[in-house]
Design a protein around this ligand. Sequence first.
Ligand SMILES: [Zn+2]
Length: 267
Amino acid sequence: MGLNYKQQLEVVQGLSIPPDTTIRMDCPFCHNKNTLSVDTTSNNIGWYCFHTACSAKGKHQGEKDMNYVNATFKQKEESPDTEFIVPDSFKILDSNDKAKKYIHKNNCWEAWSWGRADIKYDVKQDRVVFMIRHKQKAHEFVGAVGRALSSATYPKWYMYGNKDVPFICGLHEHNEAVIVEDCASACAVSNILTGVAILGTSLKQSHKQYLKQYDKIYVGLDRDATKKSYDIANELKSYGLQNVHVKPLTDDLKYFSTEEIKEMFNG
Ligand SMILES: [Zn+2]
């Protein structure tokens, strides 16, 4: 894995985990599912990966008081309307072959070419970048999510700008939505139903609020995340959404074509 303590701390801080939280999540170092435990209780930030091949672990003592912890680890309360200034390093997708290959291989090409998703290439971080659109102003962005194109880049998924607005891909006429693992899967399903990406974290308030508008909600995380799928379905039900179903999958949704997705959900 090869990252020293300071680099690891930087990555863990970049996950924007609020204080007084104990959380299990996908490991940004070894990319295994749900193997990283992060603990921000007692004025500390501690992390540990349970995967045997991964050496990610460390602890950072909060120097001062909760105000310090809040200032350091708590993400800023950002309004979903705050415009994200697109960095100069974001180039058109066509400028990079690896980026184009990624969106082909992960069934995002159709969503991109039909304009359901804005996808760019970040030349500075070597990432395919999925832009998060403003709710009302279609040509403004509030954030972006970047997928590393090389295994040496951490974390695998990086959030630019507002971290509270989910990446969503779909059409206005959809009555059904599916919670998926990542942006590529959200794009892959988007001709048939709306994909909402959770990016290895737990469900956020903003996800739940957004999902209220749909008649039917599926939870379609990949096959390794079955328990997490049921946890999320239960959480949505206790939030008051009734028509929630776990969709058993044989593989990540980004590996299926639109035709296959159509069969899976409407067949
Ligand atoms: Zn790990």
